[in-house]
Structures are given as structure tokens and as C-alpha cells.
Design a protein around this ligand. Structure first.
Ligand code: SAM
Length: 217
């Protein structure tokens, strides 16, 4: 029996549904995925708390609500090819892999990518490809993507990623300073693909995107 199931149900009810996340597929995925397996053993009691948590290499696993908000904004129905920048712990990757056809995830820190790969394999997420590198360039060989999610904050909207977004696709990205940012949803409309629609989803705090379209250090 999964002794964390109760904690997961409470997390979804009080942190996610209560904040108006209504996509039933997102709610179901987050009720099922064992978030505690993506977290260091010493912090396991906090796995379902309403906060981000530290992971190795001074990075973080995002707050559950933020994972839900970003995932809902991608409007996944099951057939999409998704690009994720910033694999981190692999938890957000697992949520995406439960809701889409294929996930391509890029992480700049090799040890995090290796660790995430191990957990995702253990949980049988075979529809995930992980690559180590600067995700701000995107993954050109696999483009275009129906959905793109950046889980590290950029100073500006990364142009390489916009170029790899499919017509009709959605992208979520935190943009702003090193401490606080705004979460944006960008849509490439079928009727007029040149006119990217930009929507403000609210304030947020992410670790920095380091690379070509991010900060240098
Ligand atoms: N979604 C993750 C999770 O559920 O654990 C949280 C990711 S953490 C907030 C952001 C991640 O982005 C870090 O692991 C960091 O190393 C990674 N990152 C930063 N800049 C990057 C870049 N240019 N390319 C790929 N990954 C990057």
C-alpha cells in the first residue's frame, strides 16, 4: 500500500484544486505520482508540503501548485510532443510524461539528469528522453514541439525555443530578474502563427536559466 497516498490527496485538494486548477488529467496525475521518490530521503516528510524543496547541486523541485499551474497551461490531451528545459529532480517530467505522448527534457547538470533518469526508469516512464546540455538552444532535431516548458527563469523569452514551438503550440516560461519573475504562457495561434499571444500567469520565483538565452553564471 502507498502510505503517501493520503498526503498526495490532501496536497491536490488543499494546494491545487483550492487554487482553481481544474484540469482533471493534471489533478489525477498529481494524485498518483509519488513525489516523495524525487526528493532526498532527509526531506521526505516534506515531500507533499506547499513549497519548493532543495535538491542536489543547489537546485530546487518546484512547489506542487506551480507544477500544476504550468502543466495546466500546456493544455495536454495525450498526443503531444513536449520539450522541457530543466529536468531537475524529474518530478515535473513525470507529470508531463503521464499526460503527453513523448517528453524531451534537457538538464545542464549531468548528475541531476542521471538521477532523474534512474527514478523515471524505476517508475516505467519509457516515453522520456533526457539530454545533458544548454536547454536554452532547445532540441532542434526533435522540433517542432506542441508544448514547451521552461522550469528555470530567463531574462527574456528564449528565441530558440519560440522557433521550435509548433503552430498551435503552447509554451510556459518564467521571465524576469534573478530573484523574482513573471510566469508567461505563450501561444502560437493557428490563424496567425507570426503573432505570438502572451498571457501573464502571475508572479513566481525560479532558479536561473544558465546558458545562451539565460545568465552566464
Ligand atoms: N522541474 C524540476 C523538478 O520538478 O524538479 C525543477 C527544476 S529546477 C527549478 C530548474 C532546473 O533547470 C535545474 O535543475 C537547473 O540545473 C536547470 N537549468 C538551468 N539552466 C539550464 C539550461 N540552460 N539548460 C537546461 N537546464 C537548465
Amino acid at each position: 500500500m502507498d502510505r503517501y497516498k493520503k498526503q498526495r490527496t490532501r496536497m491536490v485538494e488543499t494546494q491545487i484544486k483550492a487554487r482553481a486548477i481544474s484540469d482533471v488529467r493534471v489533478l489525477r496525475a498529481m494524485s498518483t505520482i509519488p513525489r516523495h521518490l524525487f526528493i532526498d530521503e532527509g526531506l521526505i516528510d516534506q515531500a507533499y508540503n506547499d513549497s519548493p524543496l532543495p535538491i542536489d547541486e543547489h537546485q530546487t523541485i518546484s512547489q506542487p501548485y506551480i507544477v500544476a499551474l504550468m502543466t495546466q497551461a500546456l493544455e495536454l490531451k495525450g498526443k503531444e510532443r513536449v520539450l522541457e528545459i530543466g529536468t531537475g529532480s524529474g518530478y515535473q517530467t513525470a507529470v508531463l510524461a503521464s499526460l503527453a505522448d513523448r517528453v524531451f527534457s534537457i538538464e545542464r547538470i549531468a548528475s541531476l539528469a542521471t538521477n532523474a533518469r534512474k527514478i523515471l526508469d524505476k517508475l516505467n516512464y519509457y516515453n522520456v528522453a533526457i539530454r545533458v546540455g544548454d536547454g536554452s538552444y532547445g532540441w532542434r532535431e526533435e522540433a517542432p514541439f506542441d508544448a514547451i516548458i521552461t522550469t528555470a527563469a530567463a531574462p527574456e523569452i528564449p528565441q530558440y525555443l519560440i522557433e521550435q514551438l509548433a503552430v498551435g503550440g503552447r509554451m510556459v516560461v518564467p521571465v524576469g530578474g534573478r530573484d523574482v519573475q513573471t510566469l508567461y504562457k505563450l501561444t502560437c495561434p493557428v490563424e496567425n502563427p507570426q503573432e505570438i499571444i502572451k498571457e501573464d500567469l502571475g508572479g513566481c520565483r525560479f532558479v536561473s536559466l544558465i546558458g545562451e538565452s539565460g545568465w552566464k553564471k
